[in-house]
Design a protein around this ligand. Structure first.
Ligand code: SAM
Length: 265
């Protein structure tokens, strides 16, 4: 039975609440994170504390960001977490991670079984904070992990692949079936580790340009890039950059997107 009630809490669909209840998966995620004392760990969407409690056993203090007021209250009252937890009742999409890192005086290690409806915008928000993040471990829809690691010339390669691979090294960790959650989602899930580059393989002078070029290219991914990028580049400019104007968005490498962005700055 796929009941929406778990541990006395009615799962709210609008907050993407699918609670983990599979000990093997929980232990595997904690083993992948390897929490160490003195690190600044931050959990996004702790929910009913399936990951929070096992992670907290390894460390002295943990910050969690939870949007659901009822769940935030339960976390504050949880005797297993007393004196260990700072609960921030807020939307992670607008949360200022720089400020938190300043307050804690450390770079952040972020993890979470993310609400799938906001996982992509949340990752883009976190990429903007990448210089104060050591690493991130996230449970995502398996399809999103496939897109994160996709390489050129494949149908899954898109704007998310280019932007994520520009910012981070990306390591898939494990796949997770729907039965590991209550209620069970309709899709498969996967855990991924993202490590922001300290020194990026390719430098971009103005990140807004990389964002604009990838948006325009992939919004019209069936067109050739001299068509989809005609607002930004002439055929001659593309040719000067050694980029064939007849290629399509999915044929260009991350390095070529960085080259295009830099040719504008
Ligand atoms: N970590 C728990 C687990 O693994 O069982 C819960 C995971 S559940 C998929 C997602 C959690 O994120 C829920 O607790 C939900 O209330 C919370 N959440 C949803 N949207 C959020 C947001 N914008 N900011 C912070 N937390 C959010």
């Amino acid at each position: 039975m796929n009941s929406r009630v778990h541990q006395g809490h009615f799962a709210r669909k609008r907050f993407g609440q699918n609670f983990l209840h599979d000990d093997y998966i929980i232990e595997s995620i904690v083993a992948a994170i390897q929490p160490q004392k003195d690190q600044a760990l931050v959990e996004i969407g702790p929910g009913l504390a399936a990951l929070t409690i096992p992670v907290s056993k390894h460390i002295d203090h943990l910050t969690v960001i939870e949007i659901d007021r009822d769940l935030a209250s339960r976390l504050i009252e949880n005797p297993l977490l007393s004196n260990k937890l700072t609960v921030i009742e807020q939307d992670a999409l607008t949360f200022n991670f720089h400020q938190l890192s300043d307050q804690l005086g450390k770079p952040l290690r972020i993890f979470g079984n993310l609400p799938y409806n906001i996982s992509t915008p949340l990752m883009f928000h976190l990429f903007e904070h990448q210089n104060i993040i050591t690493d991130m471990h996230f449970m995502l829809q398996k399809e999103v992990v496939t897109r994160l690691v996709a390489t050129p010339n494949s149908k899954n390669y898109g704007r998310l692949s280019v932007m994520a691979q520009y910012y981070c090294q990306i390591i898939p960790v494990l796949e997770v079936p729907p039965t590991s959650f209550k209620p069970a989602p309709k899709v498969d899930s996967a855990v991924v580790k993202l490590i922001p580059y300290k020194e990026k393989p390719y430098l971009v002078n103005d990140i807004k340009m990389l964002s604009r070029v990838t948006t325009e290219a992939f919004n019209q991914r069936r067109k050739t890039i001299h068509n989809s990028l005609s607002n930004l580049f002439t055929i001659e400019q593309l040719t000067e950059l050694n980029i064939d104007p007849n290629l399509r968005a999915e044929n260009l490498t991350v390095q070529q997107y960085c080259q295009l962005a830099n040719s504008w700055s």
